[in-house]
Design a protein around this ligand. Sequence first.
Ligand code: ADP
Ligand code: ZN
Length: 215
Amino acid sequence: MKLILLGAPGAGKGTVAKQLTKIDGSVQISTGDILRGAVRAGTDLGKEADGYMTRGDLVPDSLIMGIMEERLQEDDCKSGFLLDGFPRTIPQAEELTVLLEKLGIKLDMAVNIDVPRDVIFDRLCTRRTCENPDCQEIYNIKSMPPKKEGICDKCGSPIVQRADETEEAIGHRLDTYNEKTAPVAGFYEKAGLLKTITGTSSDIVVAGVKKELGI
Ligand code: ADP
Ligand code: ZN
């Protein structure tokens, strides 16, 4: 499947994407994970992105488009991909349309995961992430704690609160989302590709996607 996952930070894009990869081997492409990996590795891209990310601002469109142009041409994308956290602005959506046309790739659908703002805020404050850049498994200290406190079930690395998951940065990320990213849903609605699924559980969202794709 070739899908875009839209929705506020904390809507569950990453969790839904991971569940969908298990259905048909499509790969999850998370721009947030790629950027955090670059920051940890100290690459030029990471150095440039770091400040924006810590503040809860979007990194410049030009940086993201460079990453995605390369990533979408890698072999593992041939069987399908789930775009998680991209496109996040109207210019990114417009450039993605051009890029996909150039690469001869047709999207199945843009899924808008709709979750109430109070649920989102609460979730982000209690979210924890495995600090191992190759893992980045997500936990929630209230609803999905690791078996051993503070330690990733999958790889044994410490789980930490992300630098952009302070209350202040979370508020700013949600404002940025409303201003810059929410309009992207309208873009895909006009293109006839949007499907909005309301639900606070990833199982409901995954079931909705499968139904829509007829799988
Ligand atoms: P969340 O969806 O929970 O905000 P992500 O992991 O998707 O978290 O993104 C973390 C940060 O990475 C964002 O706040 C932003 O700074 C940057 N980022 C990720 N994807 C994009 C994108 N497509 N365009 C601009 N910035 C991005
Ligand atoms: Zn881990």
